[in-house]
Design a protein around this ligand. Sequence first.
Ligand SMILES: Cc1ncc(COP(=O)(O)O)c(C=O)c1O
Length: 378
Amino acid sequence: MSNDTNAPQPIIRPDLEQVPAYVPGKAVPGTLKIASNEMSQPPLPSVAAAIAETLAQPSTSPNRYPDMGAVALRTRIGENLGLPMEQVAVGCGSSALCLQLVQATSQAGDEVVFPWRSFEAYPILARIAGATPVAVPLDAQGRNDLDALAAAVTERTRLIFVCNPNNPTGTTVTREAFEKFMAAVPGNVVVALDEAYIELVDDDTRATTPLADQLVGTYPNLVGLRTFSKVYGLAGLRVGYMFGSKRLVEAVNKVAIPFSVNTVAQAAAIASLDAQAELAIRIKEVRDQRVRVTNAINSATGRDTVLPTSQANFVWIDESRIKDLSPLLADGSVDTTSDLGDYLAQRGILIRCFAGEGARITVTTDEEAGQLLAALGL
Ligand SMILES: Cc1ncc(COP(=O)(O)O)c(C=O)c1O
């Protein structure tokens, strides 16, 4: 290798300097990792059996390419949504579909609008595709500010993400507010309703929050995004889906990497959709534990330390509320989000800290929630 510092460097797009390089998370064996909104249980037995069967069958064994059209999976998802498979796209996680949406709608100089703080990938994916990210702050209750998102639209806006429930605050918007927002957004701007956590919404909220499958027929510029990474427990297999008009699905499929969803992921996703009754038990546990963790902390501190409205598999503690926890802790005090992250890490629990903003703590099983609460002196 040449040590000549004057040697020409390979040319890399200068705008990529604004994209953070990937820093792998610390894997600490033996710790409780409640930092990534995963389910803690392995795939359901019926899903594990479908995975094993797929690997064993000659026609679906890993020496063969997957079905590039993912016809069986898209058809099965479509049955659930009441849509033909032409209105369903699948991708390597819904993250890939977010990127494909940006690529399919936006060119250099076009704007992608999204709530902030929200799913960390939105600004990164916008930049990867060469578009300009436009972050719109959440409202005072930690919700997507739909009026502000609509007001941020310019002639260059091509795509708006709405995250419902929002990651990391867990808040939801109302259907009424969302329909008002859709009426305000020009019909040539695509709206992506990101429903990565929608299955975790409780029944009362479900009755009043927008559900993309009920709305894509009304708004041709609306798509829904969902994933098998969360309640379905298949985060490691990387499969998500988008649904909406045939035209948008076709455009998103044009920019897909060939064969992006592997054979095992396709089979596991279908088996998961066939296991709704068993999944409902896991979903109920997460919802119950979300209430338990929220109530335990808030009744101990005597105020809304944990944002009480989470409808996802995590809870949010704003930086301004972190200090509330200090009186509960047996041997220490916490002033900032980073302090709380360090305090729990020393006790073998990893949470997600957004320094200066707040802490997101994933809620999983009764046992893991108990471990968290014990570490907080509860
Ligand atoms: C709001 C939101 N959207 C999309 C995703 C993407 O999930 P995946 O790419 O695993 O399907 C996530 C994952 O954390 C998320 O929080």
